[in-house]
Write a protein that binds this ligand. Structure first.
Ligand code: HMG
Ligand code: MG
Length: 296
């Protein structure tokens, strides 16, 4: 079946922008997030309190978050890789965070400079500190289908990492096809393995569109996770700009609305937001829906 409502976790301001070579002005990031919030999106990932040596684009996390902390109708989670990042996030006013692990050892090393097991002990400390302050923690698993170095990743490895994050207290586990190689077959196998160890209502999916497979992957994820019960879906998907390979939120919203699924997102405002950021980046939209609507 198909759920009646899908929650979209918008990550364009973080995942979309983090690889931009030229510094995007903080004021543009703030306006982007404000516009995303005004489209009706209920969760907008704002930035990451990560090392500026590793991700220079997010060096302005504190300024951005301080400007946004009064938007309290919307959840604005921020990425946190360790306790240092957690403390900085809280000091800047963050009320929700996300930790990020990987199902691939190689990717864990290259992204956060530690093994998967070391990341669990870092994150346990973060979740412990967050729980004391009543701060909700989302948990990502990267490379849930494949890894650039290790090739295909086994569903049991993904299930293991997802369960660890769940057991340590992450309220929601987002399964990331970081390099966008998944197709519906492997996605169904992976979800089957994860759903056997983590309650489905705590799962989200995060697809990159590198091979153009995000929409079918989202559709099968909705179907499989909804097969036994009601509306507990979470989609996490980012907006346009085609820079990072994230699936375009405009395309996702267009598909979901076509299926009669509610998102609470105003597609018109979302299209304008996509236009706003593409203009600032000097880039054509990566959203097919945005291109099509602009030609009407
Ligand atoms: P490290 O170099 O091993 O860290 O990096 P360290 O603890 O040895 O510290 C080295 C320096 O970094 C020190 O500064 C620390 O103070 C500083 P120095 O003494 O040299 O001046 N430092 C920090 N600064 C600011 N904020 C912090 C922080 N921590 C240490 N939180 C570390 C380890 C985890 C910090 C680093 O690897 C890192 O920041 N990685 C983040 C990488 C990242 O953000 N990747 C992108 C997001 S993940 C993603 O995109 C996937 C996702 O979309 C899902 C999917 O698609 O799969 C979520
Ligand atoms: Mg990502």
């Amino acid at each position: 079946g198909i759920p009646r409502y899908v929650k979209i976790v918008e990550v364009g301001a973080r995942d979309g922008l983090q690889n931009e070579k030229n510094m995007v002005p903080t004021s543009v990031k703030i306006e982007l997030i404000q516009r995303l919030v005004s489209t009706g999106l209920s969760v907008v990932e704002a930035t990451g309190f990560v090392s500026p040596k590793w991700v220079p684009q997010l060096a302005d996390a504190r300024e951005a978050m301080e400007a946004l902390k009064n938007l309290d109708t919307t959840r604005l989670p921020v990425l946190v890789p360790n306790l240092k990042g957690f403390e900085a996030a809280v000091a800047a006013g963050a009320k929700e965070i996300a930790v990020f692990a990987s199902a691939s050892e190689s990717f864990s090393k290259s992204n956060i400079n530690c093994t998967i097991d070391e990341s669990f002990s870092r994150y346990r400390a973060v979740v412990h500190a967050a729980t004391k302050l009543n701060i909700r923690v989302r948990g990502y698993v990267s490379c849930v289908i494949g890894c650039p170095v290790e090739g295909m990743i086994s569903p049991s490895k993904v299930a293991y990492v997802a369960k660890e994050l769940c057991d340590m207290g992450c309220s929601e586990i987002s399964l990331g096809d970081t390099i966008g190689i998944g197709t519906p077959g492997p996605v169904i196998s992976m979800l089957g393995a994860v759903m056997s160890v983590v309650p489905v209502e705590r799962l989200a999916v995060h697809f990159h569109d590198t091979y153009g497979q995000s929409l079918p992957n989202i559709l099968v994820s909705l179907q499989i996770s909804n097969s036994d019960s009601v509306n507990r879906q979470k989609r996490r998907v980012p907006i346009c700009q085609g820079a990072s390979g994230n699936v375009a939120t405009e395309d996702v919203v267009y598909m979901l609305h076509g299926l009669g699924i509610q998102t609470n997102v105003d597609l018109g405002k979302l299209l304008q937001t996509g236009e706003f950021i593409c203009k600032h980046l000097g880039r054509r939209s990566g959203s097919k829906a945005a291109v099509a609507f602009s030609q009407l």
